[in-house]
Unconditional design. Structure first.
Length: 100
């Protein structure tokens, strides 16, 4: 999995498909193939939902842990009168980091 993520960091990578040696594939194809659990070459609706949830969760986690993103979200939550949820999440995340 880590090797696949490293390949995703580049815009294009070389296909390891024996039918297409040396063929370039786009990182998006590689990313989608991570979620093609039945190896059909296409994403079923359930596979797409898993991919979408993983992407949204990764982006939200990045935003929460980023100083600027976290501050932006906190200001918004203060307007909505639920900033205590953000403060609680930050405290738990800090404890989790301290345990590592």
């Amino acid at each position: 999995f880590a090797a696949t993520l490293k390949r995703l960091a580049s815009d294009e990578t070389t296909s390891k498909d024996s039918n297409a040696p040396g063929q370039k594939i786009h990182a998006a194809e590689l990313y989608m193939s991570l979620f093609d659990t039945d190896y059909s070459g296409t994403l079923q609706f359930s596979e797409f939902c898993v991919m979408l949830n993983a992407t949204l969760n990764a982006n939200l986690l990045f935003m929460l842990r980023d100083e600027i993103g976290g501050d932006f979200l906190l200001r918004h939550m203060e307007k909505e009168l639920n900033a205590e949820n953000f403060h609680f999440w930050r405290a738990v995340d800090t404890l989790d980091k301290d345990d590592d």
